[in-house]
Design a protein around this ligand. Structure first.
Ligand code: KIV
Length: 276
């Protein structure tokens, strides 16, 4: 195995890396941004080679990798670990790491220290923090140390118990206030999760930073989805806003069944798989 493996066909090693200023420029130019999640080297490398603008190491790792019913148990150490794995696969996309539950809520100082760990130990290029008005001081502290921050409002999965489940968020006044607080605190982008499309469009039109929607309609400046959802790797939740682009889960099931059958029938390994 070589130290720097070749990229899949179609990928370019030479493409200029996507930066935080590129996100802001995309908004000004009306270019839509495509973001997906990854938690390891292999997936990050595939997404990067296929041309996503950013790879998000989301705390959704707690559900689609760790098998939890929510993401509250994900630790900072786990996020650092997964970010470091993903970083090895990313050459062009912006690498953003999620700050997990209770890694930034205690104080702005705590947020700054833990964001610093995601950058220093995980190689993140930016971090994402959930929450609007009440998270603004933490965002300001992190941005003050030159660590770019992506905000996240609407359905914030770390608030699942307060919200009473994963529900569409419709309080226009609260969402407007949260969006403004995040922008004023210095964030470079804002995730809008599960917000009615018309409201998301309105928020987007009022902001200087790009909005990245998930379940927030086509009026956002970009979109983010959980990769396991679009590939059909995670079936326990099927949110309305997910579009499935492949059924990799089925493909894996077929491949594994074929392998088991061959082993049991003695048809694998064949002569070409043996050493002479
Ligand atoms: O954790 C995550 O993957 C996320 C995105 C889906 C926005 O927060």
């Amino acid at each position: 195995m070589t130290a720097t493996p070749a990229l899949p066909s179609g990928a370019s090693n030479n493409a200029r890396p996507v930066t935080v200023p590129d996100f802001l420029a995309a908004k000004a130019q009306g270019k839509r941004l495509a973001v997906l999640t990854a938690y390891d080297y292999t997936m990050a490398r595939l997404l990067d080679a296929a041309g996503v603008d950013a790879v998000l190491v989301g705390d959704s790792v707690g559900m689609v990798v760790q098998g939890g019913t929510h993401c509250l148990a994900v630790t900072l150490e786990e996020m650092i670990y997964h970010t470091r794995l993903a970083a090895r696969g990313v050459r062009r996309a912006l690498l953003i790491s999620d700050m997990p539950f209770m890694s930034f809520q205690v104080s702005a100082q705590q947020a700054l220290e833990n964001a610093g760990r995601l950058v220093k130990e995980g190689s993140a290029q930016a971090v994402k923090l959930e929450g609007g008005v009440r998270t603004a001081p933490a965002i300001e502290a992190v941005v003050g140390a030159d660590i770019p921050v992506m905000g996240h409002i609407g359905l914030t999965p770390q608030s699942v118990h307060r919200l009473g489940g994963f529900r569409v968020q419709r309080d226009e006044a609260e969402l407007m206030e949260d969006a403004q607080a995040v922008e004023q605190a210095g964030a470079f982008a804002l995730v809008l999760e599960c917000v009615p499309a018309e409201l998301a469009r309105k928020i987007t039109s009022l902001m200087r930073i790009p909005t990245i929607g998930i379940g927030a309609g086509a009026g956002c400046d970009g979109q983010v989805l959980v990769t396991h959802d679009i590939l059909g790797l995670f079936d326990e939740l099927r949110p309305k806003f997910v579009k499935r682009y492949a059924d990799v889960g089925q493909a894996i099931a077929r491949a594994v069944a074929g392998y088991c059958q061959d082993v049991r029938a003695g048809t694998f390994p064949a002569a070409e798989h043996e050493f002479r």
